[in-house]
Design a binder for this molecule. Structure first.
Ligand code: CP
Length: 305
């Protein structure tokens, strides 16, 4: 039987996502009580990084260890990928040796090619197009703070990047709306991010996008791989900084999220990210718990609590 992968958010059904959020809660509660839970004893995760990472690396490695397994870290420069080994051959080889693989790479096509030749589940740890593990943790964080996200409104301010596109997939699956505001020339192309446009509205004005929002979120103006555009983007995005004045357009109990790393004074003001509506540290921590639920599901299937 072909393994189940998590290459983009819409690879999972709403029922599977609800199950994962419930497992995340259960796993996090046990972790907070210092109770051992090791369903992945003798199991191995291989992590392939073609781009830098802090949160993804630590949360997957710590999470795998806490579940009783081990994680092997493979940075591109230390592997034969850097000397031209085809990604398909890497998939064929390491999927005979480990139980699950997490990859952070460039184009989505690379991880799709890997998965097509893998005997074991493959997890997207960020591609140019999507960041599904991030949105798993973000939505869990929203649920933890405010309850169900169904029917709510998320305001995405700034670059229409991989995280934004993943929010759009999640909105379709889980029944909430995303207001997107980007500078001219950086607009999202709905066809690449959504199966339908009914949960998506574009706003030229970022304040208007925040109006009535339950959650306001942003990301760096320059994603990994686009560094050459940094100075031009700083000029183009200057009006898309989330500051206290912008956040006031959202609902009074709106939360602020940022997947991190953040650049205070660029895409977000310190008064917002370090302010009372910010849940970014819970959001970062929940990468650990949500990915432990994901690893358990992909390796063991559904388990009874
Ligand atoms: N948000 C996120 O994926 O962080 P890292 O790039 O540090 O892994």
């Amino acid at each position: 039987m072909a393994p189940k992968h998590f290459l983009q958010f819409q690879d999972f059904s709403r029922d599977e996502l609800d199950y994962l959020f419930e497992r995340t809660r259960w796993i996090k509660e046990r972790f907070k009580r210092y109770e051992l839970y090791q369903p992945l004893r003798d199991r191995t995760l291989a992590m392939v990084f073609e781009k830098a990472s802090t949160r993804t690396r630590v949360s997957f490695e710590a999470g795998m260890n806490q579940l009783g397994g081990i994680a092997i870290n493979l940075n591109r420069g230390d592997t034969q990928l850097s000397r031209g080994e085809p990604i398909e051959d890497l998939a064929r080889v390491i999927s005979r040796m480990v139980d699950v693989v997490m990859i952070r790479t460039f184009e989505q096509a690379i991880i799709e090619r890997f998965a097509a030749h893998s005997r074991v589940p493959v997890i997207n740890g960020l591609t140019n197009e999507y960041h599904p593990c991030q949105i798993l943790a973000d939505i869990y964080t929203y649920v933890e703070h405010r309850g169900s996200i169904a029917g709510r409104t998320v305001a995405w301010i700034g670059d229409s990047n991989n995280v934004c596109r993943t929010w759009l997939q999640a909105a379709t699956l889980l029944g909430f709306s995303v207001h997107v505001s980007t500078p001219p020339g950086y607009e999202i192309r709905p066809a690449t991010g959504t199966r339908d446009a009914s949960h998506f509205r574009f706003f030229a004005d970022p304040h208007a996008a925040c109006h009535g929002a339950d959650l306001v979120t942003t990301d760096v103006w320059t994603s990994m791989g686009f560094e050459a555009e940094n100075e031009e983007r700083k000029r183009d995005f200057a009006r898309w900084r989330v500051d206290a004045e912008m956040l006031r357009h959202a609902k009074p109990d709106a939360v602020f999220m940022h997947c991190l790393p953040a650049h205070r004074g660029e895409e977000v003001a310190a008064e917002v990210i370090d302010g009372p509506q910010s849940v970014v540290w819970d959001e970062a921590e929940n990468r650990l718990h949500a990915q432990k639920a994901l690893l358990e599901y992909l390796v063991c299937g559904r388990v009874k609590a």
